[in-house]
Design a protein around this ligand. Structure first.
Ligand code: NAG
Ligand code: NAG
Ligand code: NAG
Ligand code: NAG
Ligand code: NAG
Ligand code: NAG
Ligand code: NAG
Ligand code: NAG
Length: 382
């Protein structure tokens, strides 16, 4: 949104809202203009909703309140008008929007001890000639090669209607053409449109339309989406190392362990690897005795579709307290957080190993000598 436009609108709002009946004497807390504006076209239904009924504003579950809507220009209270306007608590419905309905609407919420004010903006625009769908479009990204979905931005309207027990039905269009559920690789999925195996050709404009009967009027509200197809994607990462095992290591020495993760997909992998111990994340600060190195993308081997990432856990000197603890490497990605761990056990001490191998060596020599002696004796050499 254009910030200067918002500022201009604040000035405009303050100048006009002096007229809001009674609100000056009441000393209402001003929550200013809602960040989200509502865009509509003539003939559609438009819903404005106050966000003052929220625990961020007051304790709405226990404190009684009432809400009144005002026209910010005339300062007149707005009440329901058959076939045109429906006021229902925190919601102001325009059943058949006209260009004249464009403007700011003020809600004043009153509790026994306080009052709050907020403005909502409705922008009504003509439909673009020769184009189906809405003049404004939300942008959404689809990922090539996988099943993805578009999300209809009418969730608020749908939830509100549900709370009134009014049924609504959703219909999707691609450009001007209706999309039938379950055909052409499209599936309706709640407020989403699922696209099986996205291809570059799926780029385009989609519109979702919600149809329902409200205040005796059969109406609809639509949103359009400009869908782009991106070619890179990452699937659920696979942690190859560590492998949930116990590793023997020697106290007093340094030790390092790699976390190796494969991210299936195309393009830059979106996964972040972290080592954790029982106290949480291990830092990359190399002056800490136990630290991890920055994650690294390994050179592409080209044979498999995906990327290898690694990060090392470093113990500059192993101490007693490092043993018998799970060290977990977790790969954070928007597809999930797979992880694997290892733990350390003290290895046999050096001296025992040396003595063991010396004794073992002596034994072998003795046995061989004995065998050679015995065989020679049998053969009568000696
Ligand atoms: C409005 O409220 C403010 C802060 O609570 C207070 O300082 C001010 O005197 C009040 N004005 C009126 C007209 O009650
Ligand atoms: C819209 O406003 C104009 C001028 O204010 C008026 O002439 C016209 O009748 C209005 N249209 C509707 C549908 O209310
Ligand atoms: C709204 O609430 C205020 C304060 O709680 C009360 O004075 C007023 O009468 C109420 N108005 C309506 C229309 O219920
Ligand atoms: C829709 O897409 C989003 C993001 O791409 C994904 O998180 C979600 O699981 C998908 N939902 C369905 C039902 O496919
Ligand atoms: C909606 O229906 C449910 C049960 O079907 C009922 O409990 C509830 O009171 C209804 N709500 C409204 C606003 O009619
Ligand atoms: C231990 O430290 C030495 C010397 O700094 C280094 O050469 C060696 O690679 C380290 N070993 C491990 C397992 O990190
Ligand atoms: C790294 O750790 C040392 C010692 O704990 C500390 O003094 C230093 O500020 C840390 N450096 C960073 C960048 O956090
Ligand atoms: C390490 O994790 C495994 C699997 O979650 C668990 O069975 C084991 O008890 C853990 N060991 C320690 C020392 O926490």
């Amino acid at each position: 949104m254009d910030l200067s436009l918002v500022l201009v609108s604040f000035v405009f709002f303050f100048r006009l809202c002096g007229k809001c009946r009674g609100s000056e004497e009441e000393n209402c807390t001003d929550h200013k203009l809602q960040f989200e504006w509502v865009f509509s076209v003539p003939g559609d239904v438009a819903m404005l909703r106050s966000t003052l009924v929220s625990s961020d504003v007051f304790d709405f579950k226990t404190v009684p309140y009432n809400i009144t809507w005002y026209n910010s220009v005339s300062g007149q209270e707005i009440s329901s008008q058959a076939g045109h306007i429906l006021v229902h608590e925190d919601t102001l419905w325009f059943l058949k929007v006209t260009m004249n309905d464009s403007g700011d609407y003020v809600t004043i919420l009153r509790t026994p001890s306080h009052c709050y004010r907020q403005a909502c903006r409705l922008v009504v625009e003509e439909r673009l000639p020769g184009e189906c769908g809405m003049p404004r479009k939300a942008e959404q990204l689809l990922t090539k090669g996988v099943t993805d979905n578009l999300s209809c931005p009418l969730r608020n309207e749908m939830n509100k209607l549900n709370s009134y027990n009014i049924s609504s039905s959703i219909k999707w269009y691609r450009g001007c053409d209706p999309i039938e559920d379950g055909t052409g690789g499209y599936e309706y999925w709640g407020t989403r449109l699922k696209i099986i195996s996205v291809e570059l050709q799926h780029k385009g404009t989609y519109t979702c339309t919600l149809t329902f009967t409200l205040g005796g009027i059969k109406g609809s509200v639509s949103e359009s989406i400009k869908a782009e197809v991106k070619e890179s994607y990452s699937l659920v990462p696979q942690v190859h190392e560590p492998s949930n095992d116990v590793i023997k290591a020697q106290r007093g020495y340094n030790f390092s362990k790699r976390c190796l993760v494969f991210v299936p997909g195309v393009g830059k992998p979106s996964a972040y690897l972290y080592w954790l111990d029982k106290d949480g994340f291990i830092e990359t600060n190399t002056s800490h005795r136990v630290h991890m190195l920055e994650q690294r993308l390994l050179p592409q081997d080209g044979s498999s579709k995906g990327a290898w990432l690694e990060t090392w856990l470093i113990f500059s000197e192993l101490k007693e307290e490092d043993f018998y603890i799970n060290y977990t490497c977790r790969a954070y990605s928007d597809r999930g957080f797979p992880e694997a761990y290892f733990s350390l056990q003290p290895a046999d001490s050096n001296i025992i190993v040396v003595i063991g191998s010396v004794l073992g060596g002596v034994m072998v020599v003795l046995i061989i000598t004995f065998i050679v002696y015995y065989i020679s004796k049998i053969n009568g050499v000696l």
